[in-house]
Ligand binder design. Structure first.
Ligand code: PRT
Ligand code: ZN
Length: 293
């Protein structure tokens, strides 16, 4: 019998789509965003990609219109609060589209603590997440649901505060708002159904293995250098995540060795300067494409 395609829902265009496409393409899919395409079929792992609005992704997966999907954790959280009977689970965290859902207030206003929100109006596109936070903190505030431009609400005096996603903080600053409280930290996640068939689970895991190999490699570097044998301990302190370096003898030298090591935390210029200060030479820093653990 012919295997069904694994159906994967992605955001068509927006803050999640670029990262989703980039990650999947590093896993050998050849996806290209196009205005008029809502469905892309791929022979790679026999998959089909549905390109839709991010808000629709949890519902699509929950109702079996798609097997898995990539969404912001905040969108997933909002959905499961709104649909307590849901059947969804987070299958993997994907380490991109980092942001936070925060309550923000006018910088010169009189709201200084979360208790000051009592009796106030808060504009948001994430009413369930906000309600959950307010309930847990015994705050009695009115929620005004807006589907965009939430940051304008205090300026036009329809709300006293907002609850919105923040990434760099530039949008808040532009609108003379300051963060009062982070209520949810988010990144992109792969979601699936808890009651998926064993075949779908297995095939999802095949994809997750690929995704994780690429994610693990993203910040990791392969480093090769020469150094005095007795500096190896110092070297390990400078390169976190390199518990067991490969140490090779150097022809014609009693003291110096070649060290090969994978550093999982990126290597910056200041690290290189520190390596040099303990006598490292011939330093090579190479990117890693995939890393299977
Ligand atoms: O059309 P569609 O419904 O698919 O897209 P959308 O406009 O609803 O969503 P989109 O693309 O804005 O966001 C999709 C998801 O990306 C969110 O649910 C988050 O999980 C994630 N994400 C990551 C962000 C941001 N970073 C982000 N900065 N989503 C939105 N923003 C917005 C935020 O709302 C605010 O307007 O960017 C602005 C703040 O950015 P800074 O950098 O100025 O702080
Ligand atoms: Zn959306």
């Amino acid at each position: 019998m012919q295997q069904q395609r694994l159906r994967i829902a992605l955001q068509k265009s927006g803050k999640l789509s670029e990262g989703s496409f980039e990650l999947l393409n590093k896993c050998s899919f050849k996806l290209r965003a196009s205005k008029n395409h809502y469905l892309i079929q791929s022979n790679e792992l026999n998959t089909s990609f549905l390109l839709i609005r991010d808000d629709d992704i949890p519902g699509f997966v929950d109702s079996d219109a798609s097997d898995i999907g990539i969404v912001g954790e905040n969108g997933y959280f909002e959905y499961i609060l709104e649909n307590p009977q849901h059947n969804l689970e987070v299958v993997a965290k994907l380490k991109f589209a980092y942001c936070r859902l925060s309550i923000a207030v006018p910088q010169d206003g009189d709201i200084k603590t979360i208790a000051d929100l009592n009796g106030k109006t808060i504009a948001t596109s994430y009413p369930e997440s906000l309600r959950d936070f307010l309930n847990k903190n015994n705050i009695d505030a009115k929620i005004l649901v807006m589907h965009g431009s939430v940051e304008l609400a205090p300026k036009i005096a329809i709300a006293d505060a907002i609850c919105d996603l923040v990434s760099t903080g530039a949008t808040l600053k532009e609108n003379a708002l300051v963060e009062l409280k982070v209520i949810f930290e988010s990144e992109a996640v792969l979601i699936g159904r808890k009651n998926a068939s064993s075949e779908i689970r297995e095939r999802t895991q095949e994809l997750v293995f690929r995704l994780q190999s690429v994610i693990n490699a993203k910040d990791s570097k392969y480093i090769m250098l020469h150094i005095d044998k007795d500096q190896i301990e110092q070297l390990q302190k400078l390169l976190p995540g390199c518990e067991s370096p490969t140490v090779l003898p150097l022809h014609g030298s009693d003291n110096k060795v070649a060290v090969h090591v994978v550093s999982k935390e990126g290597v910056f210029w200041d690290t290189i300067a520190k390596l040099k200060s303990i006598g490292a030479s011939s330093i090579l820093v190479l990117p890693i494409e995939k890393m299977m653990e």
